[in-house]
Write a protein that binds this ligand. Sequence first.
Ligand code: ZN
Ligand code: CU
Length: 482
Amino acid sequence: MKERFDLLIRNATIIDGSGAARFDGDIGVRGDRIAKIGRLDDAKADVEVDASRKIAAPGFIDAHTHDDRLMLSAGEMAPKVSQGVTTVVAGNCGISLAPMPGGMNGTVPSPLDLLDNEGKWFRFPTFGAYVEELGAHPAAANCALLVGHMTLRVATMDSLDRAATAAEIARMRELVREALVAGAIGFSTGLYYELSNAAPAEEVVEIARPLTEFNGIYCTHMRDEAEHVLASLDESFRVGRELAVPVVISHHKVVGTRSHGRSKETLPRIAEAMRNQSVCLDCYPYMASSTMLSYARILICSRVIVSSSRSFPQFAGMDLDEVVRKMGLPVEEAIAKLQPASAIYFSMDEADVQRILSFEHTMVGSDGLPHDIAPHPRLWGCFPRVLGHYSRDLKLFPLETAVRKMTGLPARTFGLKDRGVLKEGAHADITVFDPLTVAATATWEKPIQSARGIDATIVNGAIVWRDGKPTGARPGRVLKRT
Ligand code: ZN
Ligand code: CU
């Protein structure tokens, strides 16, 4: 009798996510699992995908996202599944949608407003309530969730220009515990931002104590990614050591012309720390960053693009220089008038970007901002750009290495069991792409464009993206850390 599968990917070249060399084969899926890998010529299936001359890889894991709300407000998750992403790690940079026990009245302080500038989505009194909503209204992709320090500070403290008191720390620690019980995989900080900057490392350690007991992970947008980047790395490692938990350095980069080239110092420092503790890092493949618009930040950049402005939405996508000219105001005043606003900052060195991306322990994380009007192109282009531009065209590393950075490595780092790998018995998260044409099409000028060369994206055995369109399937789950 002919073997039957629910889904069969035929004639693929398989890159399994471990970094091992590619091989030819078919992949048979039953339910939400990979049932068989090998020659399945005689098998039959309800749905077939012809992958001749294509690569079948594990679905990509976006190690760094701000998709907390996108999963609920645009659950087809087109910016992500169009790139082959099947799991997003949300709640980064200290910013999570939950918990917000008192709700959010009035304006949402920046940068929390990157999730929702009206405040109506900050409506989950507990982390558990948010997880429940994701379960009741699943998105197209899976997620793994972090609870954010900045969100907790906003929820708990009356003024944020100081360290938390013992009572506030105890309250926030309780909220971290509740989040971990509800299924969060860890805790994030964004110590760079004003709302968190007054928090010393001791505050972070004391709030994050429950991570130790729950085997959680600590992810940090560091206090400083410019001149004091080494001190910030040391601070991050220290938090990890005191809690005895793994640390992820978020969107690692060195910003500002004066710091160009300093990845030559930061990467050895990270490698050295890795000898004594668990450390990993993610990065996005672009030499411009993106976050809230601030005067201090533009001073170290060669070019700035406004990516959203609540008061002047018509300026989104324009160079700040041009906006300032149009407004006829001094730069500092113009920036004040544009608020709340976000921007794209050209502040990095291409050699640093390539060095960091090539580093053995670097994962790929988009850091995409899905609610910006003119978002940084990393939102729609991050993964295909690594595969097409950096691996195929510039030959920075083999395709197997590129795939590992977006699959096997993040799955291991975040503790996502039986994901990020193609093997029998694993969850059927699979991406089929064309190695010759895969490319990002999103640009600074036209940032909202789906990638080229992504044939099919499969999440838990269901096709969520095919032939350039979402299929409407919503098989995404909230993943636990194991
Ligand atoms: Zn960040
Ligand atoms: Cu971020």
